[in-house]
Design a protein around this ligand. Structure first.
Ligand code: 4AD
Ligand code: MG
Length: 469
């Protein structure tokens, strides 16, 4: 009888008991090799499909045992043929007894950085081209992927339309002036007008343009035509903050819904976060146990708590009272009218409520022009969702749908309604109450994995002074 044709299988699938008895082909990278005195080598192989490795047993009868197998080093790539059997060792269901081991690409042990010892996350950032091969970054990549799938599933199942908003824009949605300029002008030879100002008529787009900070304004165009939409794309902020929760390039999910008022918006945000958390708990068990063991021992309990709890909803004004009465020494003192700092957000979610908190009705002076002004004329229909450890994870609002109020707000903030004529038009023709929010993808990955620094939950972080890779 001839040998059965080997079946190409992932490490993840080869680790399942139902693979036992199959003749398989595995492709991946070597994590470690251990030679036993009994004339066998144990190869720990990983292909990124799961946190756990498959253990390959290479017997010394293999023709290349001495010339190849015993010289395999961490990081090399391999192809293995063999049979999956029940493992006699601890901690794994299966192992593969090799009938053939091929070295595909060697990795020089003198220079390969990811040796067995543990490296700090700071060090691994310098090796962003190799860090996905480490346990932690493989797990982050898989959880991030699962979150993205969950995001699309959630909105698609509810009938939201996925809309692509532009990356290059001439507007500043958040009005914070944290824009990266996009230009084809030669910095060594900037054309000037007679008044000394830059002559943008000679620039590519015939006007100043930037990388977008948010797809919201264009999202509103589609929501007020198609009802419920969401965007999911990269956004950019030239914010010079070196913190563990800010990136200059991050991914944002922005749903926008016609006929939604603030409460509907909060309900959606809460259901959305719970769905993401539940999907990760259901489908990323191995990776999540790893995060809970190695990164943050509270992470699983926090996620179960989020999935089961009701988010607390309190007004900004009430939150300020709680903070003022807390007797807590904050680095930044707090009073009505101030923007909350991370420490205040964390106090509310971690100490006061021990659950996610939705704050609403913020002072209008600290929020952008597009938020709907309340009857008190001091606050706007804003909402932020705060979670333990990370603080603000979602920012959103009901939008100003009254033409005259919107124009007045723009003027107050030094914006020319003419420059946003298309945005203002949405209030001129068939205006409707509408709302939306933005979820920072990296903030949610950080929250779910417990990773302390946001730079370690995006493949290639962009922060002040860093754009390698
Ligand atoms: O609160 P933000 O600035 O809101 C907006 O951009 C609105 N236009 C969204 C909307 O209503 N459609 O940002 C939304 C979220 C924040 O809550 C945070 O999670 C994330 O985006 N975020 C950042 N994440 C990483 N690095 C940064 N520099 C971030 N700035 C905001
Ligand atoms: Mg915000």
């Amino acid at each position: 009888m001839s040998e059965p044709i080997p079946q190409l299988i992932s490490v993840s699938n080869a680790r399942q008991p139902n693979a036992i008895g199959h003749h398989v082909e595995l492709r991946g990278w070597l994590r470690t090799r251990r030679d036993s005195k009994a004339g066998l080598s144990f190869l720990e192989m990983n292909d990124g499909t799961s946190l756990g490795n498959i253990q390959v047993i290479a017997p010394n009868e293999l023709p290349n045992y001495e010339s190849v197998v015993q010289r395999l080093t961490a990081g090399c790539s391999l192809r293995v043929y063999g049979t999956v059997q029940e493992s006699r060792g601890q901690g794994q269901a299966t192992e593969v007894v090799a009938t053939q081991v091929e070295l595909i690409g060697p990795a020089d042990p003198e220079t390969y950085p990811l040796q067995k010892k543990r490296h700090s996350f700071e060090k691994l950032r310098e090796w962003a081209h190799l860090r996905p091969r480490s346990n932690t970054f493989g797990a982050v990549a898989r959880v991030r992927n699962r979150i993205c799938r969950s995001i699309h599933d959630f909105f698609q199942e509810l009938g939201f339309l996925y809309v692509h908003t532009p990356i290059i824009t001439s507007s500043d949605c958040e009005g914070a002036g944290e824009l990266f300029r996009v230009t084809t002008l030669d910095p060594a030879n900037i054309p000037l007008r007679s008044d000394g100002q830059v002559d943008y008529s000679q620039d590519f787009f015939d006007r100043p343009t930037f990388l977008t900070v948010s797809g919201q304004l264009e999202g509103e165009i589609f929501a007020t035509a198609l009802g419920k939409i969401y965007t999911f794309g990269p956004t950019f902020r030239a914010e010079n903050s070196n913190t563990s929760r800010h990136l200059a390039e991050f991914w944002m999910i922005e749903p926008e819904m016609a006929f939604y008022e603030l409460k509907d918006n909060m309900d959606l945000a809460e259901a959305f976060l719970k769905r993401i958390v539940q999907d990760v708990l259901d489908d990323c068990k191995e990776d999540m146990h790893f995060f809970n063991d190695r990164i943050d021992q509270t992470v699983l309990a926090t996620l179960h708590n989020v999935a089961e709890s009701t988010f607390h909803r309190i007004s900004y004004t009430d939150a300020i009272k709680i903070l003022e009465q807390s007797n807590q020494k904050f680095e930044y003192p707090i009073s009505w009218g101030c923007d909350l700092q991370a420490e205040h957000e964390r106090y509310l979610t971690e100490k006061e409520f021990n659950a996610p908190v939705v704050l609403f009705d913020y002072p209008k002076l600290i929020k952008p022009f597009y938020m709907r002004v309340n009857a008190d004329n001091h606050t706007v229909r804003a909402m932020d969702v705060l979670v333990p450890r990370v603080g603000e994870i979602i920012g959103g609002s009901q939008r100003e749908d009254r033409l005259d109020v919107l124009e007045a707000r723009m003027q107050e903030q030094g914006l020319l309604p003419e420059n946003y004529w298309w945005y203002v038009d949405l209030r001129r023709y068939g205006s409707v109450p509408h709302s939306g929010f933005g979820l920072g993808l990296e903030r949610v990955v950080q929250f779910i994995t417990g990773m302390p620094n946001i730079r370690d939950v995006i493949p290639f972080p962009r922060t002040p002074g860093n754009a390698e890779f």
